[in-house]
Design a protein around this ligand. Structure first.
Ligand code: NAP
Length: 297
């Protein structure tokens, strides 16, 4: 049996950043600096860490970065007011509101308040509509486009491939399915979306050339889900107690990596896989937002 190709997020992201630097140097030469604003409400440690990495990456690439931190007690009118200021700010091309929001704030209302031309997270109904309509002026959500990019990096043929996506969230499952079923490059696949009510999951997955797992259940996809030579993309990020170090935690995916990897042609690890791609695609979407604004002037 040949070793599977391990698709490492860092390698794929490095390729995205190389392409982005070329595009960015053209912007800089014209005196244009793409700008991203990230809004964080409250002090959830994981969200703080994500916002910190986005801010650092912007600075590394030379993008204008605006980090807006608001207290957990912030009310809707204040938050919507801050978003409207960012919508009007010409130095800001992309706006991301870090989810989840504190319970008293309605996420859908907040997402809809963002100007769709600045919605680099791709979750505004206008951008989801453009994803369905295959309109290239829209923004695809970052994690799904990161998965697609990983397949491209690994040289996986998607045209005509049978794909099973486990999970139907808008953020991941449904959006990756839409990307892969679209017409065009790194698409044209035959896609099945599975969820908690799907019957006979292992047999369904064994039919797949490509399995994309996004359900949030540690080590759920076992060897009997996977046919020899399949490609497996593991989106799941689950924190579980480390059996080797009682009292401490580790991150695992939705795929039981040790038993699944030997059957695969290619597989993504967790950590170090899809997670790394989300920020890279956010940076790429910010550059795209800037490019679209510039061409509209
Ligand atoms: P979510 O909104 O909770 O959706 C989970 C989906 O999985 C639902 O559609 C659910 O089905 C389905 N599901 C749950 N249990 C199942 C089962 N036993 N069999 C089949 N389907 C099942 O989660 P999400 O936001 O999509 O995230 C999924 C995972 O990806 C999480 O681990 C999350 O941390 C991770 N994630 C990673 C990144 C990244 O950057 N790598 C980004 C986003 C999310 P129903 O609809 O029927 O309930």
């Amino acid at each position: 049996m040949t070793e599977p190709m391990v698709i490492r997020g860092a390698d794929v992201a490095a390729e995205v950043y190389r392409e982005l630097s070329t595009e960015l140097s053209e912007f800089f030469a014209q005196g244009i600096r793409p700008g991203l604003a990230v809004v964080l409400v409250g002090d959830d440690p994981a969200s703080k860490a994500y916002v910190g990495s986005k801010d650092r990456k912007c600075r590394e690439l030379g993008l204008h970065s605006l980090k807006i931190e608001l207290p957990a007690t912030t009310l809707m009118p204040e938050l919507l007011g801050r978003i409207e200021e960012l919508n009007q700010n010409p130095a800001i091309h992309g706006i991301l509101v870090q989810m989840p929001l504190p319970k008293h704030l309605d996420e859908q209302t907040v997402i809809r308040a963002i100007d769709p031309r600045k919605d680099v997270d791709g979750l505004h109904p206008v951008n989801l509509g453009k994803l369905v309509m295959e309109d290239p002026t829209g923004f695809a959500p970052c994690t799904p486009s990161g998965c697609q990019r990983m397949l491209q990096f690994a040289g996986v043929e998607t045209a005509g491939a049978r794909v099973v996506v486990l999970g139907r969230s808008l953020l991941v499952g449904k959006s990756i399915a839409l990307l892969l079923v679209s017409k065009g490059v790194m698409a044209d696949a035959t896609v099945t979306i599975a969820h908690s009510r799907t019957r006979g999951l292992p047999a369904l997955c064994r039919e797949a050339d490509i399995i994309i797992a996004a359900i949030g259940k540690p080590n759920f996809v076992t060897a009997d889900f996977v046919r020899e030579g399949a490609v497996v993309i593991d989106v799941g990020i689950n924190r579980i107690e480390d059996p080797e170090k009682p009292g401490s935690y580790k991150l695992v995916g939705d795929v039981a990596y040790a038993q699944v990897a030997p059957k695969c042609r290619a597989i993504t690890p967790v950590p170090g896989g899809v997670g790394v791609m989300t920020i890279a695609m956010l940076m790429a979407n910010t550059a795209k937002a800037c490019r679209l604004t510039a061409t509209m002037l």
